[in-house]
Design a protein around this ligand. Structure first.
Ligand SMILES: [Zn+2]
Length: 351
């Protein structure tokens, strides 16, 4: 039986994708292909729906989407890190530019005190920008839980495309709390970082920015993203420095939680110990770069991310002037966060 509500929603998703020349891939666990069924109700959906993965078991999530065994072991199948990896896997293994992934406890069995029946994790990913994940507790029976999952998944695609309408979410820190902290904790578990590893260090959880813009394109063609206010402040600061004959370039800007986990994974694989890794790098979830407000600054002739940046005219200019633009040196020598001194790392604090 065609469902008129779903049909309208799927049409809106299709129109938004088509207008942007994008295609969608789906990665579904508890919805069992229902999202794919709903979008293919729309005539002509082959123009914007690329493929759907139905991955019901852990093995299929690993085999078809490349979800890591460590993530599944640390977090269970219904968890934000898992749906993020499902969505990223769907992108990597398709020709789509946008992906949505769902994993949940539809019931009636399978619930736990921590993840009761109705707990559903959904992630959205696109080729440009960080994936976003959210955890829901949907009321009702199995049918109702699955139906709400399909609806919310497609709503989220509209939001990702900037075509979302009525159902306003509150982006930013408020949204991130429980689900975000859970996602970060699972990622740490999957990396083998003990829960008390950062005791004694003052490391606040840093929310992942949702609203980003390209602030600069590097010589290597790499696009650097910042939150809009930080991007505007950076441009003003860079231009003011240029007017004083000082060149400021970006070596790093926004970085997603997933990317931060990847960096840590690469270092672990290279045989570097946790102490050394986290003296130099933030743990996933705790990097100021997640907020889209932090930039690592470089200047021609200097090596990026090296302490001798301190000896450059660029650093001296920043020391004297960055404050006027709202930028603060986050990690001076002996900082409470316990990081090595980072003269290159500056964070925008809107006044
Ligand atoms: Zn930095």
């Amino acid at each position: 039986m065609p469902d008129p509500g779903f049909h309208r929603l799927a049409e809106a998703v299709g129109a938004a994708l088509k207008a942007r020349g994008l295609m969608l891939a789906t990665a579904e666990s508890c919805t069992g292909g229902w999202i794919a069924e709903v979008v293919t109700m729309v005539a002509g959906s082959s123009e914007w729906f690329e493929r759907g993965f139905v991955t019901y078991t852990d093995v299929s999530k690993r085999e078809m989407l490349g979800v890591r065994e460590a993530t599944l072991a640390a977090c269970g199948a219904v968890a934000e890190p898992v749906v993020v990896e499902m969505a990223e896997g769907a992108l990597a293994r398709s020709r789509a530019q946008v992906a949505v992934a769902v994993s949940g406890v539809a019931g009636p069995g399978g619930g736990t005190p921590e993840k009761p029946v109705g707990t559903v994790c959904i992630a959205w990913a696109s080729r440009d920008g960080a994936p976003r994940a959210e955890t829901f507790r949907f009321p009702g029976d199995r049918e109702a839980v699955r139906r709400q999952s399909v609806e919310r998944a497609l709503d989220g695609v509209l939001e990702l495309l900037g075509a979302g309408a009525a159902r306003a979410r509150a982006p930013g820190p408020a949204e991130t709390d429980a689900g975000y902290a859970d996602r970060v904790r699972c990622l740490h578990d999957a990396l083998g970082v003990p829960a008390d590893f950062f005791a004694g260090r003052n490391l606040p959880l840093q929310p992942e920015a949702q609203d980003l813009e390209i602030v600069e394109t590097g010589v290597n063609g790499r696009e650097y993203l910042l939150a809009p206010a930080a991007a505007a402040a950076w441009r003003r600061m860079r231009d003011a420095a240029a007017a004083d004959g000082v060149t400021l370039t970006i070596a790093s800007a926004f970085r997603s939680v997933g990317r931060q986990a990847e960096i840590v994974r690469e270092k672990l694989a290279a045989g570097i110990g946790l102490d050394a890794i986290f003296a130099a790098s933030a743990p996933p979830g705790y990097s100021e770069h997640h907020t889209g407000r932090a930039v690592d600054v470089s200047t021609p002739g200097a090596r990026a991310f090296e302490a001798d940046f301190e000896d450059t005219p660029a650093f001296r200019w920043l020391q004297a002037n960055a404050g006027r633009f709202g930028f603060v040196l986050s990690y001076p020598p002996g900082n409470a966060c316990g990081y090595d001194y980072e003269p290159w790392h500056w964070c925008h604090h809107p006044s």
